[in-house]
Design a protein around this ligand. Structure first.
Ligand SMILES: CC(C)(COP(=O)(O)OP(=O)(O)OC[C@H]1O[C@@H](n2cnc3c(N)ncnc32)[C@H](O)[C@@H]1OP(=O)(O)O)[C@@H](O)C(=O)NCCC(=O)NCCS
Length: 176
């Protein structure tokens, strides 16, 4: 099994810029509908790890969700997995954020590009999905590793897949 990613746009009647609470509720409903209908999970009770990573109490199926602007995405896998989606838009302080969080190799490439915006979101979502895979939230030292290199978990390589879909960058992280 490989991770399966599902993406859905929040309908416009929720507003053109729904609050994160609305995004969150919509994402949970979307997750539950897929878990029930495609994976046959009837007991959808959720519990949270000590850094807030949610999981099903009574199923071994792993998932992770992410939301940005009007888009929600959820990934399912039979092992730990993390996902991040970001709306690609110019952002104030992008250079400062990159200097603060990117590994020196990532920063060097970022600075070399004329159009930095897409690469910024590539690295941002890769880092975020890796943290969410580990389940450690913002606790990790983001500068310490390059997501373009070979990040590891328990001595084994992790796989980070990234792509652009419309105006969004998506990355997800898992291990074989
Ligand atoms: C909370 C965090 C896990 C994700 O935050 P985010 O990018 O704002 O939000 P996303 O939409 O991608 O993900 C939110 C979902 O992740 C899940 N989640 C929460 N804590 C989690 C954790 N520790 N591990 C994995 N998943 C987690 C929840 O399902 C949450 O959904 P909810 O908000 O509907 O409850 C955390 O990593 C964070 O705050 N990051 C902030 C930014 C940062 O410094 N990034 C640097 C990247 S270079």
């Amino acid at each position: 099994m490989k991770p399966d990613v599902y993406i859905k746009k929040i309908p416009i009647w929720y507003g053109s810029n729904p609050s994160s609470k609305i995004q969150s509720r919509y994402a949970a409903k979307f997750r539950d509908k897929i878990a029930r209908n495609l994976y046959g999970i009837d007991d959808l009770q959720i519990q949270y790890g000590n850094k807030g990573k949610p999981f099903f109490i009574n199923s071994r199926l792993c998932f992770n969700v992410s939301h940005s602007c009007r888009m929600v995405c959820v990934v399912f896998y039979d092992k730990p997995v993390g996902i991040d989606i970001e709306y690609i838009r110019p952002r104030k302080m992008m250079d400062q954020l990159a200097s603060r969080y990117f590994h020196k190799d990532e920063l060097c490439k970022f600075k070399s590009l004329d159009n930095r915006i897409e690469y910024f979101y590539r690295i941002w979502t890769r880092k975020e999905s890796y943290l969410k895979f580990l389940g450690i939230g913002v606790g990790g030292n983001l500068k310490k590793y390059s997501t373009e290199g070979k990040p590891k978990n328990d001595g084994k390589d992790v796989i980070i897949v990234s792509y652009v879909k419309g105006s969004y960058y998506i990355s997800y992280t898992y291990q074989d």
